[in-house]
Design a binder for this molecule. Sequence first.
Ligand code: ATP
Length: 259
Amino acid sequence: MVGIPPSHPRYLSLLLRERIVEGYKRGIVVLEGLIAHGRGEAFDYILGEKTHSFAEEAMRAAVALMLLSRNPVISVNGNTAALVPGDIVRLAEAVGAKLEVNLFYRTRQREEAIARVLKEHGAREVLGVGSDASATIPELHSERRRVSPRGILVADTVLVPLEDGDRTEALRRMGKNVIAIDLNPFSRTAQMASITIVDNVVRAVPRMVEMAEELRGKDRGELERIVSSYDNRRVLGEAIRMIRERLERLSEKGVFLEV
Ligand code: ATP
């Protein structure tokens, strides 16, 4: 990374910013995506930029659910393609899910740029590009309503990293399981999803690939037990409690870096 040594305390965070900016220059990320990334950074800062046990628990249930699903689909937007293109392709392979481009700000060029990046990272098929996005999700007014009739339209489970609340709600109304990855446990997406992974996509997606490799060998009964014992309200509550406790400790000490 230009001019920033790996020993810099914010190196990783700066590296991610650079990936997002690079994605913008390549026509993958839109300006609004930069704002969304900034909001994610703020929550990650508060969470201590690490994966907590509540996120691990949500990831395990999410992977088990995808392995049990008949038609799991991973919905990919610009920020996800810029941040974790290789890991998202590996996750799709590991759980047997399809990959579909789905964009709030949809243009043909952007769809194709995102599909190209995924293919460069080994994806065999990418849905939701051009005339393939010919079906619509009812009651949704943004460009995100356009989906593939072979993908999200017929999916039983959709993984939506970095989603907007409206579409999560619309997918739930269609009876689908929705798995969200969102650093903000207060967002409508986080609140509406069936399973919410409160973690950064750059940590969550590779961890989910590892889990998929481990869980793939288990029988359906065991996977079903993982899913049925999962409670998203409780897990979201734990994420919010973690934020409160961290902030309480910080406010008592009046310093951030030692906590
Ligand atoms: P909602 O409609 O769900 O209330 P919003 O309007 O707050 O969402 P958007 O701007 O559509 O959110 O999407 C950005 C969301 O993605 C934010 O909640 C942000 O915290 C989260 N986010 C951004 N970057 C990351 C990341 N790298 N990993 C996980 N979550 C992220």
